[in-house]
Design a protein around this ligand. Structure first.
Ligand SMILES: O=C(O)CCC(=O)C(=O)O
Ligand SMILES: [Fe+2]
Length: 329
């Protein structure tokens, strides 16, 4: 798997300092809790005051790779404490990075949360958890987390996925593959642009999985005014419902995505920004430690107003009863 060609944007020291200072000031004002509703209402004002250099680092993806890494933030490994064993016990651990991620996300767009995921938090903790090793969710470890569009089942899914790394001692790679680097024959493109297959809610959404409504078939590919975009999650796509030739085209897309896939082993302080309309991401298998030193990512999801990267028909989807909650709404 190639590891080159990952655009890295270096945050300068002034940007690192202003982000840390702003995040700590917000936490101090709201009892140290990144989930305080009052803190969230202050975030857009603080984000608007960030320097031009910080804003420039947060500009939209500008290469066919469809992603970039922001590098330079510092993580004090001693101060963040042990890696939680489950998202639900994370509490305010590493809260300063929750706020830094919220600030960066707010420069890029509007953070979203899901009532049905991680208690409605805007910043998720991605940690390996006992009993979840083989799932297709961020809590897994021993299996390949197959390449997917984040929250592909839902029309309100993020435009950008932001993954901030606090700890990754075994250099476990996130994988990423861009539709803009794929070569696909015209026939496969045409087939995959038809709304034939649904994408079902993933195992992070148990309530949505019980939704009592017909799953809407959706196109896998779309020719947006800005170029091709995709909505792809093979682990939750019931391919049995498609013709043999459609399944073959889906398989060719999957093989192409695997051919162009890059591996990004995030190091502490790295923030990976993935355009969720261009890039599918996943994670290689690893052995969890469960001793407090495990890999630990913070994740936020961002909507960008005015984007035209999705088929207009998406607005009629039921979203399996789930609603994306926009910050500052
Ligand atoms: O663990 C990773 O690198 C990615 C996990 C993932 O798919 C996600 O957080 O959405
Ligand atoms: Fe994901």
């Amino acid at each position: 798997m190639p590891t080159g060609a990952i655009p890295v944007r270096h945050l300068d020291q002034d940007s690192v300092t202003e982000l840390g200072t702003a995040a700590r000031a917000l936490l101090d004002a709201f009892g140290g809790s990144a989930t305080h509703p009052g803190l969230l209402t202050r975030v857009p004002f603080v984000a608007a005051s960030l320097s031009e250099a910080t804003r420039h680092a947060c500009r939209p993806v500008d290469t066919p790779a469809g992603l970039f890494v922001l590098r330079g933030l510092e993580v004090d490994d001693g101060a963040i404490g042990p890696t939680p064993g489950h998202w639900s016990t994370a509490g305010d651990a590493g809260a300063v990075y929750d706020v830094v991620l919220l600030l960066l996300s707010t420069v890029m767009g509007t953070p979203i949360a899901w009532e049905g995921q991680q208690d409605g938090r805007f910043v998720h903790n991605i940690v390996p958890s006992p009993g979840h090793e083989e799932e297709q969710t961020g809590a897994s470890s021993s299996v390949l987390l197959s390449p997917h569009t984040e929250d592909a089942f839902h029309p309100g899914r993020a435009h950008l996925l932001v993954l901030g790394c606090l700890r990754n001692p075994d250099a476990v790679a996130t994988t990423a593959a861009s539709i803009r680097e794929v070569e696909l024959d015209a026939k496969a493109q045409e087939l995959l642009s038809r709304p034939v297959l649904p994408v079902l809610p993933d195992d992070a959404y148990t309530e949505a999985q019980g939704y009592d409504g017909a799953p809407p078939p959706v196109p896998t590919l779309w020719q947006s005014p800005n170029g091709p975009t995709l909505r792809f999650d093979p682990a939750y796509t019931p391919l049995d419902g498609a013709s043999e030739e459609h399944r073959a085209a889906y398989g060719r897309l999957e093989a192409e995505l695997s051919r162009v896939s890059v591996a990004v082993a995030l190091t502490p302080g790295d923030v990976l920004v993935v355009d969720n309309d261009l890039v599918v991401h996943g994670r290689v298998p690893f052995t969890a430690r469960y001793d407090g030193t495990d890999r630990w990512l913070k994740r936020s999801s961002v909507r960008v107003r005015g984007r035209r990267t999705r088929p207009p028909a998406e607005r009629f989807e039921h979203g399996y009863g789930q609603a994306a909650v926009e910050a500052f709404a």
